[in-house]
Design a protein around this ligand. Sequence first.
Ligand code: BYC
Length: 470
Amino acid sequence: MSGINYSEKIPNNVNLVGDRTLQRALEHWQPHFLQWWHEMGPTDFEKADVYLRTAISVDASGWAHYGAVKMPEYRWGIFLADAVPERKIGFGDAMGQPVWQQVPGEYRSTLRRLIVTQGDTEPASVEQQRLLGHTCPSLYDLRNLFQVNVEEGRHLWAMVYLLHAYFGRDGREEAEELLARHSGDSDKPRILTTFNEPVSDWLSFYCFTYFTDRDGKYQLKSFAESGFDPLSRTCRFMLTEEAHHMFVGETGISRVVKRTLEVMKELGTDDPARIRAHGAVDLPLLQKYLNFWCSSSLDLFGSEISSNSAQNFASGLKGRPDESQYEDHVLRNASFNMTTPQGTETVPMLNALNEVMRESYLKDCEIGLKRWNRQIERAGFDLRLALPSSRFRRSIGAWAGLPVDPQGRLIDKSVFEQNLGSWVPSAADRAFVHSLMHKVAEPGKMAAWIAPPERGINNLPVEYEYVKLH
Ligand code: BYC
């Protein structure tokens, strides 16, 4: 087990003290990060004591310490999972060769771009969520929001460490740029579209943590397979933290469904207008939010047919999540039947890996849907929630910009335009959801549109004062 050294300015388990140049460069970046957090992180909660977990080791058992922390004093640091002795590249043309401890020259710019793209999403999500604290449905949720935020901040540190340690001056410049781009900024937006969408209400936050953080899980898992060992080790530890973010999404939506079902039973109706008048989120409205965030997150896997994905796999930079579950790790002779708007075509498997990953992602997304639908069924209502087709409302890839309904059927453009407001949240829907968002900050109390969680954090009661606002 590698212990984390907390006596240093930047907590780390990479022996930073043994590399003075790197240490100095990162200590130079640190105040820029803190300034960014101050300006772009959660607004107005800098003095609050938040019950946060902090990594104290990278050991799977007992890696976290819980305690009250003021967010600006959170110990963001650099934590890599332990090295696997004699690790070999597990896929691609260099399969079986020892993993790289340095960046191979020929892959330098590709790897840098992948790390920058990954790194860019982390501060982006903090920026997207920066106002949510003002409308938290409970102190429990407020704490979860801040936990997610500080950990995304740490994931930024994880990528910045790689940039500084392995990419010289270019890497240091990229690290500065990661703080200079901002979510939704018209001049300097974040790289990927989803990370420029506003997350200005809690229903969006739960959908974002359910769908978008799950893309994070898949991308990190594919990097955990990388032949570039420092990237693999970094991502392996990030995945440990990521699980909680998806938990927040899944249980958040589940609590919304639970509360809505209570209101439906109480009123004896599934009429959306009456449910809304009662201050709850009707299920068709929730479906629209699911459609919006799922379709946006599906774009994050890139094009269906991609030479980038082929090269990244063949060169050992980016594998498939859980690569060992497959038999063929080279894929030079494999193909994939792909349905595009032009019809079904057979494409080399290497070029179809974004789609392979998107398909397994969608399967993973189904798990929550099944759970929520079971809740609805048990309450005796017929309605069912569903994932949209992966062709719906796409902006990237073969289906980009095409008029496709949530079931995946190509339809007339005018019909698509007429109906879009009934498939994704309309301005009126968003205004309604916003009207529900009021801060509830008394320990144990919940907003009327969401049920309490089944249990608190780290075995504490739900009523615990998870955030002490001063
Ligand atoms: N928006 O061959 P293509 C997370 C660009 S989430 C805008 O189709 P490729 C987190 C693409 O960059 C995980 N542009 O796809 C979650 C390329 O441009 P260049 C984030 C897009 O390259 C919640 C061009 O289109 N991690 O961690 O095979 C909270 C053609 O690309 C988009 C990563 O994304 C888009 N949606 O795959 C916090 C991993 N999609 O290069 C955190 C790193 C594609 O020709 N990134 N483009 O200028 C990658 O692995 C790949 O870049 C992508 C795209 C999977 C994103």
